[in-house]
Design a protein around this ligand. Structure first.
Ligand SMILES: [Zn+2]
Length: 503
């Protein structure tokens, strides 16, 4: 539906007019998104000759309309306020939420739900939540947020409000409202005082109503400087050596949600510059990277992960970044890229660095392909950091400490004479959990001649680890205990993430 570009251009003062580019930048969206919004009548634009122009005040009104309460929510009182808003929204009526309709939110119900929605996001953003989960159960709907890896309940929503809330979210994320029977996904941008979030939204039909997950991605959090990843200098030096290598295969491994991609992106950020051609294949592309040609996987069009990777060989990149290697075909292509004079950076789902190596062989990659390409493998976990506000010295539980110390000893680390074990007593900042923020726990292995010989002999992950430790690697358990002894995390948390139990 094309809107009328009826307004006379000369009525709008010169300084009020923004070009398409300026307006898109002001709203934090791409030119094409803004153009689409304009076509849909969500944003008012007008033509000067053949060029689109936008009035500054219209854009400001649009921003306020999209997230009416985001700037003004008092988070201290939020749990009650949020509950009230949602209950107020739950009139039981079928409300059609469509931000594309000019004047939205138009009715009392729309406004109430839109406010609740904004308040929810504002709360999650303030709490540094990575995602918000909305799940319908039999009697009511639970809204939870994930903070530092753990889920916490934010609010319960009466059943009567569920549909309205979900519709509101879907409308903002650009998901069609009429297809409730299928999983859908979309995204929108949330701008708060000083941060910008890309909110990736996915819905899933469930028995008691649609479930929604909103992932709050902060641009600045992905591009962390390497120094801030929590690697000790020795490990950082190994990683940097690998990043500077002109050819070879570099692998970051770990379980899902261990921050592997962040480590790769941060490494890439350090080496990306105009003189280096970098190509990446991602499923999906989540963040725009400077100086990187990012290719999204489009299965429907036949552009699979494997096909994209193979095509890179003809584009003469210096560095290739690829998401997780899952198939023999992708592993072979990655090795081929590395062997033909490129630095290949990728991710593998494996528990330890040694296991990542045997995983490649188990996938069917020939040992000689591995030894000729693999230069560096890391494994990692994320551990919660002791809250800086309520930190106090702590004597850790002795059986747990000795079990972890024993593993760390085999992993290349000895406790110092006077370790400074800490814990968080619990305060407002950490919501009484004693933890605030997270850090990485790493093991970084350079592939030496000796390890190459083990790979040729198809040695076990344990044998590889043993030799790596002799060559100077510290294992996950060792790194975890060292971070506990330095007071960064607690012994209990280090033991938990590296799966050590009191023995
Ligand atoms: Zn605290």
């Amino acid at each position: 539906m094309a809107r009328k570009a009826g307004r006379k251009a000369e009525k709008v003062a010169e300084e009020e007019r923004l070009t398409l580019d300026e307006a898109a930048a002001a709203l934090g969206v791409s030119r094409s998104t803004l153009y689409r919004w304009q076509n849909q009548g969500r944003v008012k634009g007008f033509k000067v000759g053949r060029q689109w122009r936008f009035k500054r005040s219209d854009l400001e009104n649009f921003s306020k309309m999209t997230h009416p309460a985001a700037a003004s929510v008092n988070v201290g009182e939020l749990d009650t306020a949020l509950a009230e808003m949602i209950i107020r929204a739950g009139s039981g009526k079928e409300v059609v939420f469509d931000p594309a309709v000019p004047g939205y939110p138009a009715t009392e119900e729309e406004r109430a739900v839109a406010e609740a929605f904004s308040a929810m996001l504002a709360t999650a953003a303030k709490a540094r939540a990575s995602d918000v989960h909305i799940d319908a159960e039999r009697g009511e709907t639970t809204v939870r947020q994930r903070v530092d890896g753990g889920l916490r309940e934010m609010v319960r929503v009466p059943k009567s409000s569920h549909g309205a809330l979900v519709s509101c979210i879907k409308a903002h994320a650009g998901i069609p409202l009429d297809q409730r029977g299928l999983p859908q996904d979309g995204r929108f941008t949330l701008r708060m005082a000083d941060q910008e979030f890309d909110v990736r939204t996915a819905t899933m039909p469930a028995v008691y109503g649609e479930s929604v997950v909103m992932r709050l991605l902060i641009q600045s959090h992905v591009f962390v400087d390497l120094e801030r990843l929590g690697m000790y200098p020795e490990d950082l030096e190994k990683y940097r050596r690998a990043l500077r290598a002109p050819v070879g295969l570099l692998i970051a491994s770990g379980p899902t949600g261990s921050g592997k991609t962040t480590v790769l992106y941060s490494g890439l950020k350090e080496i990306a510059r105009a003189e280096v051609k970098i190509m990446s294949i991602e499923d999906p592309v989540e963040y725009a990277l400077r100086h990187v040609t990012q290719v999204p996987v489009v299965k429907k069009a036949g552009l699979t992960f494997e096909a994209g990777l193979r095509a890179f060989l003809r584009h003469d990149p210096d560095i290739v970044l690829a998401g997780e290697l899952r198939s023999l075909e992708s592993a072979e292509t990655a090795a081929q890229i590395a062997i033909t004079g490129h630095l290949m950076m990728t991710v593998l789902h494996a528990q330890t660095a040694g296991e990542a190596v045997t995983r490649l062989l188990d996938m069917g990659l020939e040992p000689f392909m591995v030894t000729q390409t693999l230069i560096y493998v890391s494994a990692q976990r994320l551990a919660r950091k002791v809250c800086s506000k309520c930190v106090e010295p702590q004597e850790p539980e002795s059986t747990l400490l000795s079990a972890l110390a024993e593993r760390a000893h085999r992993g290349g680390y000895e406790l110092p004479d006077s370790p400074t074990f800490m814990r968080g007593k619990g305060c407002d900042q950490c919501r009484q959990t004693g933890y605030h923020g997270r850090t990485g726990i790493y093991e970084c292995m350079e592939v030496s001649r000796e390890i190459q010989r083990l790979i040729m002999a198809r040695a076990s992950a344990e044998e590889i680890e043993e030799v790596a430790v002799r060559n100077g690697m510290t294992t996950l358990a060792a790194d975890g205990l060292r971070k506990a002894a330095d007071g960064i995390t607690s012994v209990a948390e280090a033991a938990r993430v590296v799966a050590v139990e009191a023995g």
